[in-house]
Design a protein around this ligand. Structure first.
Ligand SMILES: [Zn+2]
Length: 92
């Protein structure tokens, strides 16, 4: 794994931990940092990162806390507190 990819994993852990602490601002900082690292290294964000970050406001999403999750027509729909929706195919 490249250094950048390892860094992204680390940032994901940090964002997740900050969100678990209820610290949205710190989580958002790590999310934004990870987006920059990915961009600079022409990597895409790891899947779990993409799914649990809001494209609109960069929050790290925690279902039940700052995001709602619904299943709809075989898709997972995540709604962020800012009102943005994200849809993903449901992978059982
Ligand atoms: Zn949002």
């Amino acid at each position: 794994m490249s250094i950048a990819a390892e860094r992204l994993e680390r940032l994901h852990d940090l964002a997740s931990a900050a969100a678990a602490d209820g610290d949205d601002e710190r989580a958002r900082y790590y999310v934004q940092l990870a987006r920059r690292v990915a961009e600079r290294n022409r990597l895409s964000l790891p899947k779990q990162f993409r799914r649990f970050t809001c494209d609109n406001c960069d929050r790290y999403l925690r279902p039940g806390s700052n995001a709602r999750v619904r299943l709809q027509d075989g898709h997972v729909v995540i709604t962020c507190d800012c009102g943005a929706h994200a849809r993903y195919p449901y992978e059982g």
